[in-house]
Write a protein that binds this ligand. Structure first.
Ligand code: CA
Length: 246
């Protein structure tokens, strides 16, 4: 039979009773520690929030301290360009067509081609399934060829009709892809679009749209500062020049 082991005769039971904190004081200290850690957590959350969020500069423009990451995004222009432009756009948005046709060419010739600025495009799906299909196709073209993406981007906006009719279809995408100056594998593109293989890239864009609370298309950021009116070349030029230190 095995019983409770007898304590060794000389074994001393260690007791820290005398050093223990009295229960009431202990509770008090625990409460104090809880309050302090809660305060610390609140400050930490606030700090992270402030870091991600925006501040207003003296002109009252929204400026994001931590602009969207360009990882896996199409970028046109020199990597070393000191100014980063980000367009949040949608192939189904009529204003984005206008921006692509009126503002983008000016930015390209004045700032992108000269190496002063680079531009990234982030899909912003504000017009339902057609927006999503166009975005999926754009990401699939990008996967094949970066130059072709920018040609496709322009061609998509150019193809947008004046009316609200349905036009972003798999057939239209293939037609546009075949017309690009840079040749891509159209069969592969068709398969990627049919299988929606670039959905994760489109979802990444949507997460950025949500994170930066983009609610208008097009939205233009210049080194993290949101342009009030993306059609106002004077405002755009002044912000870019400010960033260039002119
Ligand atoms: Ca993207």
């Amino acid at each position: 039979m095995s019983g409770k082991p007898k304590p060794k005769p000389n074994a001393q039971r260690t007791s820290h009773t005398s050093q223990r904190t009295p229960v009431r004081a202990k509770n008090k200290n625990t409460a104090k520690a809880l309050v302090l850690s809660t305060v610390a957590i609140v400050f930490l959350i606030l700090a992270v929030y402030m870091y991600n969020q925006s501040t207003s500069n003296k002109e009252g423009s929204t400026r994001f301290n931590n602009p969207p990451s360009l990882v896996n995004q199409p970028v046109i222009g020199s990597d070393k360009a000191p100014v980063t432009l980000i367009e949040f756009g949608d192939y189904k948005c009529p204003s984005c067509k206008k921006w692509s046709e009126q503002i983008y060419p000016q930015l390209k010739s004045q700032y992108i081609d000269s190496g002063q600025a680079k531009l990234a495009f982030i899909n912003t799906l504000f017009h339902g399934e057609e927006s999503r299909l166009g975005a999926i196709a754009g990401e699939a073209v990008l996967k094949q060829n970066k130059e072709a993406f920018w040609e496709f981007n322009e061609a998509m906006f150019a193809a947008q009709p004046d009316s609200e009719q349905e036009w972003v279809t798999e057939r239209k995408i293939s037609e546009i892809a075949k017309s690009l100056p840079t040749q891509i594998d159209v069969k592969k593109l068709e398969a990627d679009v049919a299988d929606r293989t670039t959905s994760p890239q489109v979802d990444l864009d949507t997460s950025l749209v949500e994170k930066y609370r983009i609610n208008l298309t097009p939205t233009l950021l210049i080194n993290g500062t949101m342009v009030h009116n993306p059609f106002d070349m004077n405002e755009i030029k002044s912000l870019i020049d400010q960033e260039l230190g002119d």
